[in-house]
Design a protein. Structure first.
Length: 287
């Protein structure tokens, strides 16, 4: 395969092959794949694929994706994260990962986080992490397809997909190209947010993709002293929105300054705190 691999417009040079036919994350095993079968997701043996979606930007899709992955990993599952937010990827910085994916004969090996979560993101492929991706929809769709077809996800229990905000081209491509089993819908407490999030719920209903439930993020702060609950955005509308759509709020995550600082340092896998207790319900719901 040529260096101009992803969408025919290659970016940062992928690490050159160390050896052919080496597949697998924990145990490197030999996989003999006929040439004509290469590049259609044949190397992916995944028990469950879960998308994380929200019509709204900045509600915490990437953070919820990361925390759910971290919880499942702590429980001993084999977990991967596909960062489908091609133009605003934040998964590598959340995990503090800058490794370059390695290309081998049968595809691209994803990278690993500190706790061995398998990961692929557009930002790992850019020459400079601050470079913008100035590609139009059809090219972005091709990259999404390659993130599934050509990336060697190998054997995983869960693959979580962090979707970009909205109901546009990329979410649609992800839901049509990748065999997504279920989707988690992330929302915030505000009415205006929930109005937009309902668009993604309707999109999923149209595509007949099951929704595992709603995750409300950044609804309140809990005082460390007296555990009083402070609601900076006022009363939450998430429960009512979920109810109207026949869904459950699986968890209401708190605004936690400790989480913000770990995310900023790329040390999210170190996080301990009440949100990790709450995210257990989310992990259970997608099992
Ligand atoms: N529970 C939380 N407590 C504190 N900070 C949080 C929490 N959840 C998310 N954040 C912070 O809020 C910001 C937005 O979160 P995040 O990037 O996960 O949202 P997003 O929905 O993925 O955004 P985008 O639409 O840009 O992809 C980040 O800076 C993150 O660190
Ligand atoms: Mg995001
Ligand atoms: Zn207090």
């Amino acid at each position: 395969m040529p260096a101009e691999f992803f969408a025919g417009l290659f970016l940062k040079k992928l690490i050159e092959p160390k050896g052919a036919f080496i597949v697998g994350h924990d145990k490197k095993k030999r996989m003999d794949i006929p040439e004509d079968k290469v590049g259609n997701g044949i190397t992916n043996n995944i028990l469950k694929i879960v998308g994380v979606m929200s019509g709204k930007g900045g509600v915490g899709k990437s953070s919820v994706t990361a925390l759910t992955a971290i919880e499942l990993k702590r429980q001993g599952y084999r977990v991967g994260v596909l960062d489908a937010d091609l133009t605003g990827p934040s998964i590598p910085s959340i995990f503090g990962v800058t490794a370059i994916p390695e290309k081998i004969e049968i595809g691209i090996l994803p990278v690993k986080t500190k706790s061995n979560i398998i990961m692929m993101s557009m930002n790992l492929l850019l020459e400079n992490p601050e470079d913008p991706v100035l590609w139009r929809g059809p090219v972005l769709s091709t990259v999404i397809k390659q993130f599934w077809d050509d990336v060697i996800w190998a054997d995983l229990d869960y693959l979580l997909i962090d979707l970009p905000p909205g109901t546009g081209d990329i979410p649609l491509t992800v839901l049509q190209v990748i065999p997504v089993d279920e989707v988690l819908v992330v929302t915030g407490p505000q009415d205006a947010t929930n109005l937009i999030v309902r668009k993604s719920i309707k999109m999923l209903e149209k595509l007949q993709i099951p929704i595992a439930g709603v995750v409300e993020n950044m609804a309140y702060m809990q005082c460390e002293g007296c555990s009083e609950r402070i609601e900076p955005f006022g009363e939450s509308y998430a429960e009512a929105m979920a109810f109207e759509s026949g869904l459950n709020v699986l968890a209401s995550l708190a605004i936690d300054p400790k989480l913000i600082s770990l995310i900023n340092q790329g040390q999210t896998e170190e996080y301990q705190g009440m949100n990790m207790e709450l995210i257990k319900e989310v992990a259970e719901a997608i099992k």
